[in-house]
Design a protein around this ligand. Sequence first.
Ligand SMILES: [Mn+2]
Length: 547
Amino acid sequence: MSDIVYVSGHKNPDTDSVCAAISYSYLLNKIGKYNAVPVRLGEINRETEYALKHFHVESPVLLKSVKQKVEDLDYDKVTVFSKELTLKTAWSLMKEQNLKSAPISDDHGKLLGLLSASNIIEGYMDKWDSEVLKKAHTPIENVIDTLAANVLYLSKNLTTVEGTIHIVSMSEKNADGYIEENDIAIIGGDRVDMVRFLVEKKVGLVVLTGAFAVDEEIVKICKDHDVSVISTPYNTFVTSQQIIQAIPVEYVMQKGGLTTFSTDDTVEYLRDVMSNTRYRSYPVVDLNGKVQGTISRYQVIRGEKKKIILVDHNERGQAVDGIEEADILGVVDHHRIADFQTVGPLNFRAEPLGCTCTIIAKMFEEEDVEIPREIAGLMLSAIISDTLLFRSPTCTNVDRKIAYKLADIVGVEPAEYGMAMFKAGTSLVGKSVEKIFNQDYKKFNIGEAKVGIAQVNTMDIEGFAPYKADMLAYMENLAQENKFDVAILLLTDVINASSEVFVAGPRPEIVENAFRVHLDDHQANLAGVISRKKQVVPAVTNAINEA
Ligand SMILES: [Mn+2]
């Protein structure tokens, strides 16, 4: 039940696709079948926008793909280690969480490197010597922390380790050649004379080992010479072994050449990279570069497919990208069945009706679910849109009957609401005259004459009025450049079966003769004219030939 199931219409969504996704999701959630989420595959058109706004319903979210992505996999969302962490702490956390490697991040959570067991082994076996704390710029707090030490005196001048580590087991005389300024000296807690010698040498830190009661005199000598001194419960051997683990993980981790994945990477890409590399695990970062965890090979196999229900389409070419990787749980459609194949069984509902929302409205009845007003409004909008207000040859009696039922719930008159929706949907407001004219524009050579004819479907002729002067100037210019005898723009109202014609160019009388109309300020109404191919071009051809 908790798994999200996307309900999606086709690409280039129309009103039926969007409203069917929303209505069917509502029904599925209501009957408790799925956790359904309506989605859209592209921009909402003006008509759909009108319907959604009219009924105060939010636009579905945009779904770009159902390809499996890294974020869909069950990768380890591990604690991300900060670069300052001591190796000792990092190692104990890795053991605790059973990690073979751990991503290391900076203060902003960005990935800096990867700490793995092999980095640590390599360091211990090959690289680290008594200078490692200095090389790693180890903070003095790390040393205190790692040795579980008691601070007896800490100089303000000591922040990071700047010297070599010594276990001072020899006499002062012999030590003379070795100990240098800022070094760390590990000694037994009872060697007062040696401490005198060490402060003379200006060592950076004296580490007293073993559980000896600390000699007050030692502390006083160190304090007087501003030399830091700490005492650890560990014996000298363990101290020397542990002190190395005070280095920050930043020094140990692998920095360059990391293979990482983004949560947005496809699983396909991830498989490809993994098959060409041989790491135990790979850091996963989000789109901002923040570390999210790590992923290893076996976690890729366990990935879950995305679940989807298709409405108003059933062809792969019209479906969301990556559909071949998704689990299709159902289909509700009123189109032909073309290339449909699934792995498992599914609920497939196809009926030869005028609109998907007609089928969905029937399903509400079958499931005995009451249709809320806004859902009724959206389904009515879809039926009006798909059947061109019951005028389309695909419209059936069932579509009509159900549309009127829905209109009752909403409390609107279908024709009145439909006209308002079409008008808003086909409005040219906000578009440039060039864009309007070139939406569907063709050139014709008729005998010696040249003609350019553009046609645009709109029911909002009034909305075009403010653009008329600009449009005529654009067409006049176009006629001149192309040596047209006449340039024609038809604004066609399919529902009312008429066109408003606008004419520019040197021979406007061609249009007047073709349709036996009088142009008033370059404009006339052509009742019954809706087809450029079947009505306009033949009439214009006759007028030119007769001239
Ligand atoms: Mn449809």
